[in-house]
Design a binder for this molecule. Structure first.
Ligand code: AMP
Ligand code: TRP
Length: 331
């Protein structure tokens, strides 16, 4: 089972990234043969960015992933821009990708309407590069959060169309792996919106590297509801805030949502739920933060991990590209 996933090099990863994606990456290391994880700096240039900061953000992200439990001996961790096969396959795949499909992607619609100046062609082609990331390794499984479902569907379609046009079995049609709990962590202040670096509220976003005090404060102020008398139960439609807190606590404790609800039977109000969430989440995140500080301080070591990962990644992608080029009529 070959596993592949990608994550953007933004400095501060939030709880949605951690629960929806990073935790799954760590689990995947034991199942993956291999598990391949890519920091997608080529995707980062589709919106305005600072060249001088890009490398720093990549290292921030690498250190976060290692602190969360990725082990370079048990996975392939690398930077997308180091492996040219991604760019090359991306262009080759444009021949079997419809502009209409790209134009309909929700993420493109959201991100393009948020741009003040230039809506880059890269933003439209973002899902093609993402398809190339996965297809270049003939990966079977792609762990992501709920918001990537549409992109996964598209890459499956691109792979099928490529195989139908150039030869069955050339590319693997991958499956998304979306967690059952925590696939869509909601903003604490606006619990009907997903937690996000760009779209969310600062108060409602918990970062993996937040100090325990900040985590407690944000949870204390989390929006719940005014049901009278208060009830602690899961109901995403009418109680999004409470549901989010229950789910977060369940994931952090490693138990089910039902068990969290049962454990709060004698609660005196939503304050007790917030306290339980704060306790569980700080216990989960404090060790990650501590390891991060140590790892981030050693840039040469981080660069060495990424360089070694890139070499392994190239060795995996090169034969796939050779097959693709030959099937498409290149020498
Ligand atoms: P990004 O930082 O945009 O590259 O996202 C990295 C991963 O985090 C992707 O697999 C996303 O699907 C996942 N993700 C982002 N936001 C959330 C969220 N609020 N809840 C769950 N997963 C998320
Ligand atoms: N688009 C993904 C996100 O925003 C990141 C990503 C890039 C990715 N390439 C990928 C995820 C390949 C999975 C597989 O989160």
């Amino acid at each position: 089972m070959r596993i592949f996933s990608g994550i953007q090099p933004t400095g501060a990863k939030h709880l949605g990234n951690y629960i929806g994606a990073i935790r799954q990456y760590v689990d995947g290391q034991d199942r993956g043969d291999p598990a391949i994880y890519c920091i997608v700096d080529l995707h980062a240039i589709t919106v305005p960015y600072e060249p001088a900061q890009l490398r720093e953000r990549v290292l921030d992200t690498a250190a976060t992933l290692l602190a969360a439990g990725l082990d370079p001996a048990r996975c392939v961790l690398f930077r997308q821009g180091d492996v040219r096969e991604h760019s090359e396959l991306s262009w080759l795949l444009t021949s079997v990708t419809a502009v209409g499909e790209l134009n309909r992607m929700h993420q493109f619609r959201d991100k393009s309407s948020a741009q003040r100046e230039l809506v880059s062609a890269g933003l439209l082609f973002y899902p093609v590069l993402m398809a190339a990331d996965v297809l270049a390794y003939r990966a079977h499984e792609v762990p992501v959060g709920e918001d990537q479902r549409e992109h996964i569907e598209l890459m499956r379609e691109v792979a099928r169309r490529f195989n139908a046009r150039f030869g069955e079995g050339l590319l693997e049609v991958p499956e998304g792996r979306i967690p059952t709990v925590g696939a869509r962590v909601m903003d604490l202040q606006e619990p009907t919106r997903k937690m996000s670096t760009t779209g969310g509220s600062a108060e409602g976003t918990i970062y993996v590297l937040d100090e325990p005090k900040a985590i407690e404060k944000k949870l204390k102020r989390a929006v719940t509801d005014s049901e009278d008398p208060f009830t602690i139960r899961r109901d995403p439609a009418t109680k999004p805030g409470v549901t989010n807190l229950i789910d977060l606590t369940a994931v952090a404790r490693g138990t089910s949502a039902e068990e969290v609800v049962a454990s709060l039977e004698g609660a005196r109000g939503y304050g007790d739920l917030k306290l339980a969430a704060a306790e569980a989440l700080t216990a989960m995140l404090v060790p990650v933060r501590e390891r991060y500080v140590e790892l981030r301080a050693d840039e040469p070591a981080l660069e060495a991990v990424l360089a070694e990962g890139a070499e392994k990644a190239r060795a995996l992608a090169a034969p796939v590209l050779a097959d693709v080029r030959a099937a498409m009529g290149f020498s």
